[in-house]
Every structure is written in C-alpha cells, then in structure tokens.
Design a protein around this ligand. Sequence first.
Ligand code: SAJ
Length: 415
Amino acid sequence: MKKVCILGMGYIGLPTACMMANNGYDVFGVDVNDGIVNKLSSGKLHIEEPDLEEIFLKAFKEGKLKISKKVEKSDVYIIAVPTPVGEDDKADLSYVKDAAEMIKDYVLKDNLVILESTSPPGTTRNIVGDIIEKNTKMIAGKDYHLAFCPERVLPGKIIYELVNNDRVVGGFDDISAQLAKEVYGSFVKGNIYTTTLETSEFVKLAENTYRDVNIAFANELADICEEYKINIWDVIKFANMHPRVNILNPGPGVGGHCIAIDPWFIIENISKKETLIEKCRRINNSRPFTISNKITEILKDVKNPKVAILGITYKENVGDTRESPALVIIDELSKKGMEVFIYDPLATNYKGKLNNLDESLSEADLLLLFAAHDDFRKISLDFISEKMRNKNIFDTRNFYQKSEVEKTGIKYFRI
Ligand code: SAJ
C-alpha cells in the first residue's frame, strides 16, 4: 500500500499528508477549495502551524506530495474533512458524505478507506461504508478495508503531537484495524491501539467532552468563588497540589473546532433528555456574555467607552480566530454602544478590522486580555497605563500579576 489519497487539506489532512509523503508514501492531497489547491500547488501554505512549512516544502519539492482537486487512484483513502455542528446542534456530515462520494468510484478490491474526521458513533460504518457499498457492491471487511483513525493533535503543536501522541484506531474488523495501524505506524512514534469502529469514534468524542465538562466545572467554581470573594486561581493552585485533582482553568469561553462541538455529537442520538454534557456546554457558551456584562458594569459611568482587546484568537499562541468566544464579546460590546479596538499580531483569519497596539490603547477605558499570547509579555504595563484614558484591565486568563498592574495605577479585574 504505497499510494495514499487524502481528502481535505486542512489542519489535519495537510500535516498528515506531509508526514506520509516524507515517510515512503506517494501522497495525493485533494481539496475542493480552488484557493487552497492553487496556493498549495504553488508551494505556499494556507495555514500557519509551527514546523509545517519545512515538512511541506520537503514533500512538495521531492514530488512525493501532489495537490489536486481530483481524486487519484490509490491504495489508501483518508477522509480528513470538517464535521461542523449545524444549527440544530447536530453533526453536519455533508463534507464526509461528499468525500465518500468523491472516492466511491475509485475504491477497488483490498483498498483501505479511513475516516479521520471527528464524527458521531456509527458514521464510518453507516455513512462512509454505505456509500461505498451501494456504489461498488463491495462489502467492508470482505472486499475492502474500513477504519476510523481520529487525530488528537493540539493546534500550535500539531506536528510534534502527530508524531508523538498515542492513537486509537478502530477497524471494521481486525485486518482493517491492523492495516490502518501500519499506515499510521509509518510516522507515529507513540503507541497505536486498535479497537472497533464505534469505540474509537466514541473515544475521540469522550476526550474532548472530558475537557469541556472540566472547563465548565472550573467556570462554575470561578462564579461561586466570586460570590465568596475568594481568589479562584489560588483555589485551583492549592487544590491541584492534591495528587488526584487537576482542575482546569476558568476563562472567557471555549472556542476552536473541537471541544465546543464534539460534546453535541455524543448526545445527538441518545434517548436521555437531560445530560451533564449539555449543561456544561451551555455553561461554557454563556461565558462571553458573562464577561461582556462585567465589562459593561465596570464602565457604566464612562461616556462613549472604548475597549481595547488584546488577543482575539480562540486560545493563546495560535492564529485561528474562527469559533473564538472573543467574537461574541466584540459583538455584545458593540451592541451596547462601546467602541472596540482589537490588537492581535497572530490573528490570521479575522473578517473584521484589526488595529495596531497604539491605536488600540490610546484613550481606551478598559483593556480586555482575551488570548494570552506570549508576545504580550513584551508590552510594558507602564506603557499601557500611559496610553489609557480610564485605567482598567480585565484579565480573563490570570495573565498579569495583580500587584504589578496596580503599581502602575491601573485597576485590575480578573475572572
Ligand atoms: N480552555 C479553557 N480552560 C482550560 C483549557 C482550555 O477555557 O483550562 C479553552 C481555550 O481557551 C480554548 C478552548 O478551551 O478556547 C479549547 O482549547 P484547548 O487547548 O483545550 O483545545 P483545542 O481545541 O485547541 O484542541 C483539542 C485537544 N483535545 C484535548 O486536549 C482533549 C486536542 O488534543 C484535540 O486533537 C483537538 O481538540 C481536536 O482536534 O479535537
């Protein structure tokens, strides 16, 4: 199995394609987006991720990775397309279906088809498997092989984690699982465990839901601590000294393409009406509103208030602004008549207007620290204080030290 066709040249498909191309495979990277195909075909990346450029250029220049809009006949087909959540809080599997439709005419006897996109349990078997079977009359496990291999990589550390993390691969049968394990084993240094299709689909969802539920717990504790006038960050620091406790960080909401979405996939087809999972999702979704209400309260006596936001990406040290709770906060503050200026040197795909640091801070009444990029350490508090009209910092990430901020005459608020 030496030829691989990977559908979806995004945050997962592209790095996976590069790794495989640099480890003995001839890889065809397919995307339906003209812009992405043109950019990659001219040797340029459309996403930013540490170390990606190096492995992409190597694969591309050596001719091991070819980019196209069309599927090429291969031994292995990997589907790595987005699975967003629809308006009804259910998985939108249209991209997965389209990808399966794209490969169905190419899959031959003994080929291996792998779904990598995070999906509700049953998707590999009932959506991908069905589309192939209906068209080719080939049966998974008998005529061709079918597997689910979810990614586990952290944006900002994708290349490192792609190589070093353990993986849980699900197979339609043992042979499918073993073949998929071999494919990923070409570049993965972590352990690769095998199980059934549905178990591996569920494991992926459980991992991200675990995180969402625990972030909701931290957010709830933060609200309760505020009532008691107890510092939540001290509580977490001391509680986490217990060998079996690991409380996550409260914050301004959960963004990104995974943690805020995957919990919905777990509960979308179940009979239970009330779940902890949904409750936690709603707690985390309410965070940007809580933050904007607090800002409104702090600035209630200020005429024509101006807010400067530092960092609008969904988390620190990444460029991705899609699904960032900062977008909700910006919207809320603007609706309340506030002027919002945004400084984020990392943000890559923000549709609105970004400002430079000076414009943002000048005459601002409140600085909202949203994404705690390491680069922001270079901005001195004295400089911030000098520039501002009313001197308030709202820190959503416990980024600053209270005593340092207050030394410069700035009032300090934090979660
Ligand atoms: N967040 C908090 N408090 C915390 C941790 C995170 O509020 O203590 C927020 C972040 O600010 C961010 C969001 O949660 O808005 C998600 O950030 P993250 O760093 O926890 O996760 P992602 O979405 O960047 O990546 C996750 C990872 N999953 C887990 O850690 C279980 C990654 O390994 C997965 O591969 C990825 O989802 C995915 O693609 O599913």
